[in-house]
Design a protein around this ligand. Structure first.
Ligand code: ZN
Length: 138
């Protein structure tokens, strides 16, 4: 078990942005701007969630995990599935993971979590890991 450490939660920023969208201060075109690359990453590497898209409310959002870190070399910046993440975590000392939620229906996308993974953080204690996929519904 690889604990996710130093988790930074972006749900406040997400909520503030959604408030602006719901009140009309921010247009949906501005927030539903997922690139073709991001939509592809969501399709092939994204994790299904139980969270409805806050914009179109038709599809569930998918979490896409991007990995960053000097140790990763050419793999840095790539999208990885959760299963791949735990494999990678056993091979590197430390790297950063950015979790972006994406709606493949309307293109909504927002950073939801950032955390560190890697051998430097392996504790063997599942209670120590946080659960970004259990994000509350807004
Ligand atoms: Zn949507």
């Amino acid at each position: 078990m690889h604990a996710q450490r130093q988790v930074v939660d972006y749900s406040l920023q997400r909520r503030a942005l959604l408030r602006d969208v719901y009140s009309g201060r921010t247009g949906t075109a501005e927030v539903c701007d997922a690139s073709p690359y991001l939509l592809n990453a969501a399709r092939f590497h994204g994790e299904a969630t139980q969270r409805r898209c806050p914009i179109c409310r038709r599809d569930n959002v998918r979490n896409v995990h991007y990995i960053f870190g000097d140790e990763l070399k050419t793999s840095a910046g790539q999208a990885r599935s959760l299963r791949e993440l735990s494999l990678i975590a056993s091979g590197y000392r430390e790297f950063e993971v950015y979790a972006v939620e994406v709606c493949r229906g309307c293109g909504w996308n927002h950073l939801v979590f950032r955390f560190l993974l890697g051998k430097a953080h392996a504790t063997g204690d599942p209670q120590a890991s946080s659960r970004p996929n259990q994000l509350e519904e807004v």
